[in-house]
Design a protein around this ligand. Structure first.
Ligand code: ADP
Length: 370
């Protein structure tokens, strides 16, 4: 490399059991770094590395995965635990897709094959690993701050709403008889407005926290997600006299808690958006290619064609929904959850004729690497 003047100096901890491999790696490293004299500290085991990390800090850790002492993933998690802010580059003898994917998912910044190692490749990988780790830490911090803000804002906004309800209650009890229309009506509507605002705050918080949850994929039965969703909606289903017909359903690999949220929103809406009829909701699945398609069909008020896309955006409601309570956040949560599962959601509907919501989830073992 000609531009050695611009090379940065790094403190590298090389965890490599095989001394010959270690010498080869350091020799390669020195072909680009002699001018800036980066420090490369070599240890032969994870145990030695953990000792060294107690008293030293490094710019980067280069971890040989072929250690005979500890399994690869355990080595990685031990050193990440000891030094969570330091980037890690994994080194392996063979190019194994499953292992390299797992290593990156578990927190390494890169995966290199020893036989392909040259000084410039190693140097470039170290620089990129440091940059990736910096970005990751700043993103994690940013997300944590946002989450803390959302929670604090939600708490601080809800407290005065409680006061509004209590005060309007007291005024009604103390002075209700001396008040007349429309003041009395206005006072009576205050708790309703406060409840609506509280629901909006809760939904916004739930919506903002969704982005921070990583998927927990399990082989699940959609029937059990629907059952739990119906338990949450029990009062609404009973009050509306809704009938829920569940057809044959395929099992999927999905996040069980999030699938319950999806059904809670779709069934809840199907119960809510009806006029002059008791809700009848049919839920079925079919297989199409590598996807399971779930259909939730209702006999409700339907959705005008030009609104059928925008209702999946946050806070957007259809024109014919103004007589029904709602915050316009449920379907955007559904969309976010389904897209996190590599699927899609859409609706087919005719005003006055009911709606069918469709969503796709990859069949078991059909997720693509992303
Ligand atoms: P919300 O129900 O709180 O308004 P959603 O995000 O769940 O919010 O739905 C967005 C909009 O989509 C609703 O306001 C309504 O206009 C429309 N919608 C959703 N589900 C149905 C349904 N089953 N039937 C008719 N309209 C629906």
């Amino acid at each position: 490399m000609n531009n050695e003047k611009q090379l940065e100096k790094f403190d590298v901890l090389l965890i490599e059991e095989n001394p010959t491999h270690a010498t080869l790696i350091i020799d390669q490293w020195n072909t680009v770094n002699t001018a800036k004299k980066s420090n490369v500290t070599h240890v032969r085991s994870v145990t030695d590395a953990l000792d060294s990390l107690k008293t030293n800090t490094f710019s980067v850790l280069v971890l040989d995965l072929d250690s005979s002492e500890t399994p690869a993933i355990e080595s990685l998690s031990q050193i990440l635990k000891a030094s969570p802010a330091t980037p890690v580059i994994a080194l392996a003898t063979t190019d194994e897709d499953a292992l390299s994917t797992e290593v990156i998912q578990k927190g390494a910044q890169d995966y290199l094959i020893k036989a392909e190692l040259t000084g410039p490749i190693l140097y470039r990988t170290v620089r990129h690993a440091i940059e990736r780790k910096k970005q990751l830490i700043s993103l994690t911090l940013h997300n944590e701050n946002l989450q803390a803000f959302a929670q604090a804002a939600s708490h601080d906004l809800k407290a005065p709403l409680g006061n509004i309800k209590t005060i309007s209650q007291i005024v009604l009890e103390e002075a209700g008889t001396s008040l007349e229309y429309p003041v009395l009506e206005m006072l009576r509507s205050l708790p309703v407005i406060a409840n609506r605002l509280k629901k909006l705050i809760d939904d916004l918080l739930r919506f903002s926290l969704l982005g921070h949850k990583s998927l927990q994929l399990d082989h699940i039965s959609l029937r059990s997600s629907i059952k739990i969703a119906c338990e949450f909606l029990e009062e609404q289903i009973r009050n509306q006299g809704a009938t829920i017909k569940i057809g044959p359903l395929d099992d999927v690999d999905a996040d069980a808690a999030l699938m319950t949220t999806v059904f809670q929103n779709l069934i809840g809406n199907a119960c809510k958006y009806v006029k002059d009829v008791s809700p009848v909701i049919c839920i079925n699945t079919k297989t199409e290619g590598r996807f399971v398609v779930t259909m939730v069909q209702d006999n409700g008020i339907g959705i005008p064609e030009k609104e059928q896309q925008r209702i999946f955006e946050p806070l957007k409601r259809a024109v014919n929904a103004s007589d029904y309570e709602g915050t316009g956040l449920g379907l955007s949560m559904v969309k976010r959850i389904i897209e996190a599962h590599q699927g899609q959601v859409w609706v087919e509907s005719e005003p006055g004729e009911g709606s069918t919501f469709f969503f796709t989830i990859p069949q078991a073992n059909s997720y693509t690497a992303s």
